[in-house]
Design a protein around this ligand. Structure first.
Ligand code: ADP
Length: 262
């Protein structure tokens, strides 16, 4: 692992409101996240998980404390610089998919590329490739209403990865899905992490989903209560050994072709 973490939080606090109604949602959070990690963020409702995710994703700034992303002080950036950093390095996936209705999967995935000013031809091929990476080749022209919940979440993941982000932030990505679809989504996130080295930060309430992560961070009452390595992340299928998993991770991070583990 490199010495400078991809993400370093130091003494992060976040207070909403002022005076009598002020509420401190984060009370001093320290967290280092290395490139290639897969972190499940857990904790009871109201413990500060979403506030922490908004901070990590450069959507909001802390009240006090330091957030270093690749050594850059995010809290000191101007709003538009923060937006540029967010667009370049982060992808977002939400519980409710947030796809445009009556708009094809292809067009949904192209959206972040439009914001980036990508020409139509490359937009088209990048979106196609992203849809292929999430297993939706052949579904490009379907609208969200014609897709299952699991497929809609795959489109949302394709949209999140089409810009080749370093970090994928997923806020309860399986919260609206049944167990089977949830497992498929977790396998996809696992694969993006293991084979392509994308750092995944995921909020979840479900221990079965957190079991795919390499590390589990628990928030309670605005602080990190525990931060543990998961010695045995769930592999894609029974029969995939942990040795195979770490080979895939290593070659994925090194940018070489990963062994086929599906
Ligand atoms: P979690 O994601 O763990 O449920 P949140 O980060 O959403 O927790 O919220 C932590 C606390 O901060 C909650 O008590 C919530 O009511 C409060 N909070 C969150 N966002 C705001 C806001 N915009 N204004 C005021 N209070 C907020």
């Amino acid at each position: 692992m490199s010495e400078t973490p991809l993400i370093r939080l130091r003494g992060i606090t976040k207070t909403y409101g002022e005076g009598n109604t002020a509420f401190q949602a984060l009370k001093g959070v320290d967290l280092d996240i290395q490139q290639g990690d897969f972190v499940a963020i857990m904790g009871p409702s109201g413990s500060g998980k979403s506030t922490a995710m908004n901070t990590l994703g450069c959507l909001d700034v802390p009240t006090t404390g330091a957030y270093l992303f690749r050594g850059v002080h995010v809290e000191a950036l101007a709003r538009d610089e923060r937006a540029r950093l967010r667009r370049r390095y982060f992808g977002f996936v939400f519980q409710g998919f947030h796809l445009l209705a009556r708009t094809s999967a292809q067009e949904n995935v192209e959206l972040p590329l439009i914001y980036r000013g990508e020409p139509a031809a490359s937009r088209h091929s990048l979106a196609q490739r992203a849809l292929e990476r999430v297993g939706l080749k052949g579904w490009e022209h379907h609208t969200p209403g014609e897709l299952s919940g699991g497929q809609q979440q795959r489109v949302a993941i394709a949209r999140a990865i089409v810009t080749e982000p370093q970090v994928l932030l997923a806020d309860e990505p399986t919260g609206n899905l049944d167990t089977h679809r949830s497992q498929e989504i977790m396998e996809l996130l696992w694969r993006l992490n293991a084979e392509q080295g994308i750092t995944v930060l995921m909020v979840t309430h479900e221990p079965d989903m957190a079991a795919y992560a390499k590390r589990i961070v628990r928030f309670v009452d605005g602080v990190v209560e525990s931060d543990e390595r998961n010695p045995h992340p769930v592999a894609l299928q029974a029969g995939v050994t942990h040795e195979t998993v770490s080979d895939a991770e290593v070659s994925g991070i090194a940018g070489k072709e990963a062994p086929h583990v599906a």
